[in-house]
Design a protein around this ligand. Structure first.
Ligand SMILES: Cc1cc2nc3c(=O)[nH]c(=O)nc-3n(C[C@H](O)[C@H](O)[C@H](O)COP(=O)(O)OP(=O)(O)OC[C@H]3O[C@@H](n4cnc5c(N)ncnc54)[C@H](O)[C@@H]3O)c2cc1C
Length: 265
């Protein structure tokens, strides 16, 4: 639950080299971004040796448009309340399981949610329940009792909603109306989310942050792991401490990264 998996990535059709059987080996999506970034330097466009370095340079200098040349589709499994947040990211395209046509009590699962506490100081945050007694306005609360109670309430609601949903369907009520009684935060969904690498980078930047709800953060972190498998040049961007950016005019002209030749200032 709350996972993300890459199911499609742009497949470049630009030849990188030939294998031993003289068959074409195409550029990786990573190499392809560097290829498109070097559009103004055709003689060096096929240089894949410095692709990684160029991508890091583009990221450091927020030169984002080459990252729009590659698209990624992920399959995401989550609950309906989280998918509602996800689809706000308007630069993406979506395809989601429709409760108008399919029966979620047959094709989707129901989950129970963690008992986290409201953070009184920060409304964008919730607090994990540990082993300590919790003091509240109604007196001391035992943490395992709270978890048990919260689980029981959710199970009761789910069972009631599922039973009434099935009844409604058996009476001939349309699925688009019957779904109204299903608890959206306990009902799972599946969606395909497709967008450019640039959009994925910024989606992850925002949704992997502390201010985002934990369940959505889990989706964003899973998406980040997936992207790093295909685009290792982003590793430094997400995992390294900020480094001083080399000033292009001091040692190397910035166009040298694109052209791989010396340029006089
Ligand atoms: C913590 C949190 C709380 C929120 N609360 C509310 C709420 O109360 N009510 C509500 O209606 N909505 C809320 N939202 C949703 C929010 O307002 C946006 O609708 C949502 O995050 C989608 O972002 P977006 O429109 O930038 O779309 P995206 O598709 O993520 O981005 C649009 C475009 O901007 C680009 N982009 C984004 N960031 C950068 C960057 N740093 N540099 C370069 N390009 C960039 C992307 O690449 C993309 O092309 C909340 C979001 C968060 C994260």
């Amino acid at each position: 639950m709350n996972d993300a998996k890459i199911i499609a990535v742009t497949q470049p059709l630009i030849e990188s080299h030939r294998d031993l059987a003289d068959k074409p080996v195409y550029m990786t999506p990573n190499e392809f971004i560097a290829y498109t970034a070097r559009v103004s330097n055709p003689s060096n466009q096929h240089n894949t040796l410095t692709s990684e370095k160029l991508l890091k340079y583009l990221i450091e200098h927020k030169h984002w448009s080459p990252f729009e040349m590659v698209s990624i589709t992920m399959e995401i499994n989550t609950t309906r309340d989280i998918s509602h947040q996800i689809i706000r990211h308007r630069s993406f395209s979506f395809q989601e399981f429709s409760q108008r046509y399919a029966d979620p009590t047959k094709d989707m699962q129901f989950v129970t949610r963690e008992a986290r506490l409201q953070d009184a100081k920060n409304r964008q945050n919730s607090i994990e329940v540990g082993d300590e007694t919790i003091s509240s306005s109604i007196g001391d609360i035992n943490p395992s009792g709270l978890k048990f109670q919260w689980n029981s309430v959710q199970e009761e609601i789910t069972n009631l909603a599922k039973d009434h949903y099935k009844d409604a369907i058996s009476w001939g009520i349309a699925k688009e109306q019957a779904r109204a009684i299903l608890p959206e935060g306990l009902t799972t969904t599946r969606l395909y989310m497709s967008g450019t690498l640039r959009s994925w980078i910024h989606y992850i930047d925002v949704r992997a942050e502390e201010g985002t709800q934990k369940e959505h953060r889990q989706v964003a972190l899973a998406a980040r792991d997936e992207i790093l498998r295909h685009f290792p040049s982003l590793n430094d961007y997400w995992y390294s401490a900020p480094q001083e950016i080399e000033q292009p005019s001091k040692k190397k002209h910035w166009l040298e990264y694109f052209w791989n030749t010396s340029i006089a200032d």
